[in-house]
Write a new protein. Structure first.
Lengths: 334, 441
């Protein structure tokens, strides 16, 4: 079987083909089961060394990557900008080259500057996975959102997904737009015009001016976190007004023509972009998103490390036969 | 000083409207004669310019030479040598040095460094405001007395309309242009590239065209109000072109310049987070590039300049947001202008010499820009057919930050003469790769 490979790095969903995205989602399926076991470990990345290089604060994404790595038996090191040589003025490229001199295999990077992951990937031999770069992309978040949608609807193609909130500053929005449109979904973006990127419709999305329009139109809403500092920067008058005009509330959802699936990449501002009774309501998949995050990241790590997708979705799952997911070369040796 | 006879070249002198094969005789630092079959005085050095363009020396009214303050990036001497190698007999150095060129001593220092270097002439531009802080006017009278030819806070916009107004009024006393970097900082703050579809895709904060156009409009209104002469730096948008066109129709004293990168490249160049495409004003859209080209053709934009902005390799080798703005341009400008403007038929060679020599001299009241008898013996001999590949390793500039590396260009300066002396002479090169790196050993 000649499955598409992912290449060296995962910097975003924009450069990926529909087949490559499909491959990751399919590969994630069997990895979901690993996390349900009593002993949550397979030896797929045994002996691999992974550095989680987080220049920006992150709880969910960093822990999710770390679980994914540990459940694949990789050796991991976490580096945060504070307390490292970065805070002493070392450049990104020097930090990375020093890490690589210690013979690592992969770097997971979260960075405040758009393009940082690509920059790193072009300068080191290790695989680089983008865990969020500035306002550019957050590909594993996009993938886990898509996996969650696929779980609930059984498909991506033909779905109408409205991304709501601060599209301008959102890497989650960009990864979702690329991933969903490549797999044939229709994507709408909804938010105040001051928080929509220029010419965003050229990315192949529909602009939904009001939250009521999004609710009428969509099968699912992906509600973005509203960064509180946007008010100070003059993009919005107040959080209170944002909630009144753009908030996803129970009252608004009750007027929807159909039941809407509710996603949120977290962390939530309850009572701002989303009300608690929606976040905790029956149509919310916010926690299943988090669960899927580990499976998607396991799939990405596994595929970039050269793992074979052959068993993905097929009869030979990583839990069958020897009960282990094995990289291709290991299986070949047996 | 040995006289020079430049024989048989195509002599283009927009100041006199002449374009034809002739000899040019330079003696005692001045143009002695231009004509057919000038006899050869015994002592003269003869340069055969058959097939070449002989023009008044090119003048770049907008460069950053980094001295004093950042001599590792460029010095007056290295910049003046790079200028000469690019065919420029004179450059105007912007005052955003460290310390800022905002007083007569600082201006005098640059004048003396340029004299010591003895390459292209370097005319300092003084600051508009002390420390380029945008608050208190610098002493224009003393700046001009020490050799400044204009004032500018370039690198920074003049935010205060009141300060811009008083600068335009006060500068009239000294008959110098006020040179403005047009940017509304409240719109451009944090921006890394042009605000458009590429910035949207790359997730970079954009600088809207309106950030430039608002200040262009303001400066035009203030020039009209004061009667002062405003010269607008590095125009990049179609909206700016439209504003200038209308202002000129009304007879307002506004002149403008544009850079080779803005008539050659677009924001697509930033793809892949290419920091050598990061500059301010940013590379814009194809429609903007076309408007700049047309404006250079019809004279709405008067002058081609480089905005030569040296940066160290390390400074560009980083995240796009954190990389500094700017590219070097002295050694590629002529080739880009011939390749992008003359070859496609937008400009004649005579138009080009006008935009790169005669108009700069006229607008900044500089010597040169003409081959009239008695004019300074500043001459550029250009091979308009030379085909060469941009190879930054061979630049005389101390910096290498250019987005044009590897690009094939047509047209190159072969000899640059300043004050009757040859300050640059490249080998005739049909094969560009044969050029021996010089100046850095």
């Amino acid at each position: 079987m000649s499955a598409p490979s992912l290449g060296k790095d995962l910097v975003g969903l924009e450069p990926l083909s529909a087949e490559q995205i499909q491959l990751i989602l399919d590969t994630a399926e069997p990895f979901k089961e690993v996390s349900e076991r009593a002993i949550k470990k397979v030896p797929a990345l045994r002996g691999k060394t992974i550095v989680n290089l987080f220049f920006e604060a992150s709880t969910r994404t960093r822990i999710s990557f770390e679980f994914a790595e540990k459940r694949l038996s990789a050796d991991t090191v976490n580096v945060a900008a504070a307390g490292s040589s970065v805070s002493k003025g070392e450049t990104l490229v020097d930090t990375a080259k020093n890490l690589e001199a210690m013979r690592i295999d992969m770097v997971v990077i979260r960075h405040g500057s758009s393009g940082a992951a690509q920059f790193l990937g072009q300068r080191i031999r290790s695989n680089v996975i983008n865990a969020g770069d500035g306002k550019h992309e957050h590909p594993t978040q996009g993938l886990l959102d898509m996996l969650t949608l696929r779980d609930r609807f059984g498909r991506i193609s033909g779905l109408k997904v409205a991304i709501c909130g601060d599209i301008l500053h959102s890497r989650v929005a960009r990864s979702n737009i690329w991933g969903l449109t490549k797999l044939g979904a229709e994507v709408g973006v909804c938010g105040p015009a001051s928080l929509l990127p220029r010419q965003v419709e050229e990315l192949g999305v529909t602009i939904l001016p009001r939250i009521e329009d999004a609710i009428q139109w969509a099968d699912a809403l992906n509600v973005l976190r509203l960064q509180l500092e946007r008010m100070e920067a003059g993009f919005l008058p107040s959080l209170r007004e944002y909630n009144r005009v753009f908030g996803v509330t129970k009252e608004r959802l009750e007027r929807a023509p159909k039941e809407l699936l509710i996603l949120h990449p977290g962390p939530m501002n309850r009572g701002v972009e989303i009300d608690s009774d929606v976040a905790d309501g029956p149509h919310s998949v916010i926690l299943p998103q988090v669960t899927n995050g580990v499976a998607v990241r396991m799939a990405v790590l596994y595929l970039l490390a050269g793992g074979s997708p052959d068993w993905a979705g097929g009869s030979e799952s990583p839990s069958t036969s020897s009960g282990q997911a094995l990289p291709r070369e290991e299986r070949g040796e047996r | 000083m040995r006289p020079i006879l430049i024989r048989g070249g195509r002599v283009i002198d927009p100041s006199r409207g002449t374009d034809g094969v002739a000899d040019v005789y330079l003696a005692d630092g001045a143009v002695a004669a231009v004509g057919r079959n000038i006899g050869q005085p015994d002592e003269a050095l003869v340069i055969d310019a058959t097939g070449k363009i002989v023009s008044p020396g090119l003048i770049d009214v907008h460069v950053h030479l980094r001295e004093p303050g950042q001599e590792d990036l460029e010095t007056v001497a290295s910049g003046a040598m790079a200028a000469a190698a690019g065919g420029f007999s004179a450059v105007c150095a912007m005052p955003n040095t460290d310390p800022v060129t905002d007083n007569q001593a600082a201006v005098g220092f640059i004048v003396s460094q340029a004299q010591r270097a003895g390459k292209a002439r370097v005319y300092p531009i003084g600051a508009i405001s002390l420390g380029q802080k945008g608050q208190q006017l610098a002493e224009f009278g003393e700046l001009v007395g020490a050799g400044a030819v204009a004032v500018s806070d370039d690198g920074k916009p003049v935010v205060s309309s009141h300060l811009m107004r008083t600068a335009l009024e006060y500068a009239r006393t000294f008959a110098i242009p006020v040179v403005d970097h047009c940017e509304d900082p409240t719109l451009s703050a944090g921006g890394a590239m042009h605000e458009g579809i590429v910035a949207t895709r790359l997730g970079l904060k954009g600088i809207p065209s309106a950030a430039e156009e608002i200040m262009v409009a303001r400066d035009i209104l203030l020039a009209e109000h004061t009667g002062g002469h405003v010269h607008l730096c590095h125009m990049s948008t179609r909206g700016s072109v439209e504003l200038i066109r209308r202002a000129k129709e009304k007879g307002i004293r506004v002149t403008a310049e544009a850079c080779p990168h803005h008539f050659t490249l677009t924001h697509e160049q930033c793809e892949g987070y290419n920091t050598n495409a990061k500059m301010n004003p940013p590379l814009r859209e194809p429609e903007d590039r076309e408007a700049i080209r047309q404006a250079l053709r019809d004279g709405t934009i008067d002058v081609i300049c480089t905005d030569h902005a040296p940066h160290h390799y390390d400074a560009k080798e980083r995240e796009f947001d954190d990389a500094p703005n700017g590219i070097i341009g002295l050694e590629t400008a002529l080739g880009l202008a011939i390749t992008e403007l003359v070859e496609p038929g937008l400009l004649t060679l005579c138009d080009l010499v006008n935009r790169m020599s005669t108009m700069p001299a006229r607008i900044f009241s500089l010597p040169g820009g003409t081959l009239a008898a008695g004019a300074p013996a500043d001459v550029t001999i250009t091979d308009p057919k030379a085909s060469w590949i941009v190879s930054p390793d061979q630049f005389f500039s101390r910096s290498r930050n250019t987005p044009f590396a590897g690009r094939r260009l047509t047209g190159r300066a072969e000899v640059t003469i300043v004050r009757g002396q040859i300050v640059y002479q490249g080998e005739p090169r049909t094969e560009p790769e044969k050029r021996v790196p010089r100046g850095r050993q």
